[in-house]
Design a protein around this ligand. Structure first.
Ligand SMILES: N[C@@H](CCC(=O)N[C@@H](CS)C(=O)NCC(=O)O)C(=O)O
Length: 224
């Protein structure tokens, strides 16, 4: 375990940032968080971020030279390997590999959900809703007794899915109900994640307002 000072370079709405924030909170790690305006990226941020994206994790080194990590899952895996507290991957290699596969699935599912949420026309919205629902149906088949992906233990898969499932607490409840109906395990999972302390604390109090504002600014159908 390290006691290195960590800084998470963030954006208040970014679901990838939330992954790292959830992992840090699960592990009880104190950190500084700096938000960046992605619509007007500062030069210092562009100099640090090879992709121009958040999250970045600044790791203060003993020799005073900061290391910068980019890519949310790389950051999460570094935190898993270096920080104490609860382990978010299984000790068993096969279970761990399976968890990593579902993390990948989570990234693709996030993309489907984001495209649905931001759809500006009904053709796109219907297609993306169907694709997202298809992914949830597959999850319904693999979820077991819950409440989390791997049963009673909160894991990295939960940290990846929580930010995307949170969106559906913020939109028109009739739309959410239509998407999640007939999926009792996924619904129970979504409810359990929404109550998890780390998931709640991974975003600011104004997150819901900011997200709705985002939908309005992007003229999404769901903003209406
Ligand atoms: N694969 C990256 C994706 C990160 C990402 O897309 N971040 C978005 C915010 S949610 C971003 O920084 N976008 C700025 C841009 O693309 O210019 C990760 O997992 O960290």
């Amino acid at each position: 375990m390290t006691t290195t000072k960590l800084t998470l370079i963030s954006h208040p709405l970014c679901p990838f940032v939330q992954r790292a924030a959830i992992v840090l909170l699960e592990k009880g790690v104190a950190l500084e968080r700096i938000d960046v305006d992605l619509a007007d990226k500062p030069d210092w941020f562009l100099a640090l971020s090879p992709t121009g994206k958040v999250p970045l994790l600044k790791v203060e080194q003993a020799d005073d030279r900061d290391a910068i990590l980019f890519e949310s899952m790389v950051i999460c895996e570094y935190l898993e390997e270096t920080q104490g507290g609860r382990k978010l991957y299984s000790e068993d290699a096969l279970s761990r590999a399976r968890q990593r596969a579902w993390v990948e699935y989570g990234t693709a599912t996030l993309a489907e959900s984001w495209q649905f949420l931001n759809a500006k026309d009904y053709t796109t919205a219907d297609a993306k809703r169907a694709a997202f629902r298809g992914r949830l149906e597959r999850l319904e088949e693999v979820l077991e007794q819950g409440p989390y992906f791997a049963g009673s233990t909160f894991s990295m898969v939960d940290a990846v899915f929580a930010p995307l499932l949170r969106y559906f607490d913020l939109i028109d409840p009739t739309v959410t109900q239509m998407i999640f109906q007939g999926l009792p395990r996924v619904t129970r999972w979504r409810e359990a994640l929404a109550l998890r302390e780390s998931v709640v604390a991974a975003v600011g109090r104004d997150y819901g307002h900011r997200f709705k504002q985002h939908l309005v600014e992007h003229q999404a159908l769901l903003a209406e």
